[in-house]
Write a protein that binds this ligand. Structure first.
Ligand SMILES: O=c1ccn([C@@H]2O[C@H](COP(=O)(O)OP(=O)(O)O[C@H]3O[C@H](CO)[C@@H](O)[C@H](O)[C@H]3O)[C@@H](O)[C@H]2O)c(=O)[nH]1
Ligand SMILES: [Mn+2]
Length: 752
């Protein structure tokens, strides 16, 4: 087992790493807690053995068995969590020292950067949002001749292309404007929001804002009407481009490759001040209903190849269409690692920034911040071999996509290799365009290593997690970079069902990894990533398994309580104390983790509530769907909507849960909430009538039911106390009441 070492200060002055102050406490607490876990499991096993004789009732055997399984899963998840607590670190970059290492601002030593932005559907991902993301990175503080932005449009939509044609024109003004005025918000919308409030609006700001508004108006009009009007088409070049959509039978699922060089740095594409602009290239890969396209992983692999043909820069930044740059200095910050002469290339295959979101409500009711995933666990992994990849806001060494650090895998065409040098003048040349079209074809990958040994890896709906994991298994390391000012900002779903569907997709993807031949449990722990990393990766791969203990604890103690059956030790028994210790130990430690990285108590509370909710919703449904998929019923990548509904958004800002339309996923938590309430009320009533004090009462069961009720509060409100459009739909309520009743009746037979 490789033991993590505490690195206090890296050898170079470009960055430092500090250990986490509470680590000694966490390391001490782990063995103590482990003893308690073992004691609990011991108790279950001995109880089970006592129940084996044929005379005992099958229901108590089943109850003990269910509790054993639930606690085994909890124990496994707890153990994987310890990986993240062993050696978390926090890094800091000294960007001001970068010039000393690589030379001045426009230094030849700064490596080139290819940025990839993915979009898939102009109706779920408004083109203006994609454009703003692109503008925010085009305007990076980085040598423009070493910056190229590639947009992958899996929607194959003229509407998105139109938005980019307009954006390319706007960029000629926007880039010099930002530079001249030292603008930090280089996403125009973010900038105008700030400019409106803060400073008196100058004439120049007014002017650029009008330009922006007119672009926005045109683009939104085009999106609304669904076609690019002739009045908007400017010149024969555009005519030809948009003509493609009418001439070929162009549909989202079936169309030829379409690549458009919108800005070409070394060509005559200059900004209004006469300076060259970065390259901007629109790519819509070939699609055919007859060949798999591997969703986002496929799109990114196409971009890896198309960009190899055109610019082939050594560093690649991947962004989702909604993740805009919030800090123009980020590219240079990233170079503090990539340009560090003391850090071998294998130590920084990729540099992951956390996902941060704007517009999250005060208490983050849907736990959309993912503090644990994007922050706590990332820092935990960072002290081992580096954070997992989360899909967006990540700088890669292009080389990392081409095999292990010590044994590169050559692509089928030399031109696609990470070391191949391309002439920047030739981007738009016939030969380059021909190659780019060829490698974007939908059958190009047949009989190649793409998706298996090269590029983003196929086989999981969470291509990000899977690819980062495979790179670690190959022996690469990664770096977590978490500056004070968020480097990127994106949109989090503000409707409950969107959020649950998003996570259901993740659940399916994670199970695809868990049960593949590269499973974290069998392959990961033995790979070059090392045991600790492999085991830590299990926490994600088996994420859906939280649903097992959460379902058991949401129903079993409550249903038993309704039948006056005790399933936990009484307050007079010594075993009783194990439960509060295990519960509080885990909860308090979790709360500490959460608040130390800057979360508030209320946000932590929401986070644990959503954790409970996930167990009864997406984890459950995701697992079912995964097994259906296993049987041959395909699961697709359903893109999360980034469109915002006014009324919904208002409720979200007030911290009110959004149910609104019936979803089967709302049923189990509603049933659980009803049963907990019933159990608590009945349990307290029995206690009051019988008297006799707490010593003999099913105290733990009452506490579990009470905990369910406290956490179920938003559900009771949505069922009974609200009248707005986001309340629980009548259909869901009726189905849930019927099911709760059925559970009650069934339990009274079982516990007889
Ligand atoms: O066939 C597809 C499907 C999706 N996308 C793009 O993939 C990105 C992520 O899709 P989204 O619907 O926003 O998914 P999220 O669940 O919000 O994204 C998280 O989870 C994904 C894996 O499921 C990762 O790819 C993302 O980076 C990560 O932010 C978006 O830019 C899409 O345009 C494609 O390019 N092609
Ligand atoms: Mn997203």
């Amino acid at each position: 087992m490789d033991h993590p070492t505490v690195r206090r200060r890296s050898s170079s002055a470009l960055h430092t790493a500090e250990p986490w102050p509470i680590t000694p406490f966490n390391r001490l607490f782990a063995p103590i807690y482990l003893l308690a876990v073992l004691a609990l499991l011991y108790r279950h096993v001995t109880n089970l053995l006592l129940l084996l004789p044929a005379t005992s009732s099958p229901s108590s055997f089943a109850t003990t068995f269910a509790l054993l399984i639930a606690d085994l899963v909890l124990a496994f998840m707890w153990a994987t969590t310890q990986v993240f607590r062993m050696n978390p670190i926090r890094r800091r970059e000294m960007v001001e020292n970068l010039n000393d290492v690589v030379g001045g601002e426009e230094s030849e030593l700064l490596p080139g950067l290819d940025v990839f932005i993915c979009t898939a559907d102009p109706h779920k991902e408004p083109p203006m949002g994609v454009v703003n993301t692109a503008l925010s990175v085009l305007a990076y503080d980085y040598p423009r001749d070493r910056l190229a932005v590639y947009v992958s449009d899996d929607g194959g939509s003229a509407l998105t292309l139109f938005a980019f044609v307009e954006a390319a024109k706007f960029a000629r003004r926007w880039l010099p404007f930002c530079e001249r005025n030292g603008v930090v918000e280089r996403n125009p919308v973010a900038y105008f929001e700030l400019a409106n409030g803060a400073h008196p609006v100058s004439g120049e700001v007014e002017e650029i804002k009008n330009m922006y508004e007119s672009m926005k108006h045109k683009v939104e009009h085009v999106v609304e009407t669904g076609k690019v009007d002739d009045q908007y088409i400017d010149g024969p070049k555009e005519q030809e481009a948009f003509g493609k959509w009418t001439h070929h039978h162009f549909t989202k699922q079936n169309h030829p490759t379409f690549i458009q060089v919108l800005k070409h740095c070394t060509n005559n594409d200059k900004d209004v001040d006469g300076h060259a602009l970065p390259n901007l290239i629109y790519v819509s890969r070939e699609k055919s209903t007859n060949s798999p396209h591997h969703f986002k992983a496929g799109a990114l692999n196409v971009l890896l190849r198309v960009s190899a043909a055109m610019t082939n820069q050594p560093i690649v930044l991947t962004l989702d269409c909604d993740m805009y740059s919030n800090d123009p200095g980020t590219a240079r910050r990233a170079m503090c690692y990539f340009c560090d002469p003391n850090l071998g290339p294998e130590s920084s295959a990729y540099l992951q920034f956390p996902q941060k979101y704007r517009g999250i409500n005060k208490n983050d009711i849907y736990a959309g911040e993912y503090q644990r995933l994007f922050q706590i666990q990332a820092m935990g992994f960072d002290g081992l071999r580096g954070p997992n990849h989360v899909g967006t806001g990540c700088f890669f060494r292009r080389r990392a996509f081409f095999g292990p650090p010590s044994s590169p895998v050559e692509p089928e065409l030399v031109e696609l290799g990470p070391d191949h040098v391309v002439e920047s003048e030739s981007i738009g040349s016939d030969s380059v365009l021909e190659l780019a079209h060829k490698v974007a074809g939908c059958n190009y990958e047949n009989q190649t290593d793409w998706g298996s040994k090269i590029g983003y890896r196929y086989g999981s709906l969470v291509e990000d997690y899977y690819t980062g994991y495979r790179l670690h298994c190959e022996g690469w390391k990664s770096v977590f970079c978490c500056p004070k000012r968020a480097a990127f900002m994106g949109d989090a779903p503000i409707s409950l069902v969107d959020m649950l569907n998003q996570q259901k997709r993740w659940d399916i993807g994670l199970l695809e990894v868990a049960f593949s031949k590269f499973s974290t449990l069998t392959y990961g722990v033995k790979s070059s990533a090392g045991f600790l990393m492999g085991f830590g990766y299990c926490q994600f791969a088996f994420w859906p398994s939280w649903s097992i203990p959460l379902i058991v604890y949401s129903f079993l103690p409550q249903l038993a309580l309704l039948n006056q059956v005790h399933v936990f030790p009484k307050a007079t028994e010594a075993w009783f104390w194990l439960y509060p210790f295990l519960f509080l130990g885990a909860y308090v430690q979790d709360m500490l983790d959460f608040t130390i990285v800057g979360g508030t108590f209320q946000r932590w509370w929401s986070d644990q509530r959503i954790w409970l909710l996930r167990g009864l919703t997406c984890h459950l449904f995701g697992s079912i769907e995964y097994f259906l998929k296993f049987l041959g019923i395909a699961a697709a990548f359903n893109v999360t909507s980034k469109v915002i509904d006014e009324e919904q958004s208002k409720r979200y800002d007030q911290g009110i849960f959004e149910f609104g339309v019936h979803s089967p996923m709302f049923v189990p938590p509603t049933v659980a909430a009803l049963i907990s309430l019933l159990a608590l009320v009945q349990g307290l009533a029995v206690l009051a009538v019988r008297g006799g004090g707490l010593a003999d009462a099913p105290l733990l069961q009452l506490l579990v039911a009470g905990f369910g009720v406290v956490n179920g509060w938003p559900i009771y409100e949505a069922v009974a106390l609200r009248s707005d459009n986001g309340r629980m739909p009548v259909k869901t309520v009726v189905v849930s009441v019927a099911l709760a009743w059925a559970c009650y009746v069934a339990a009274s037979f079982v516990f007889k």
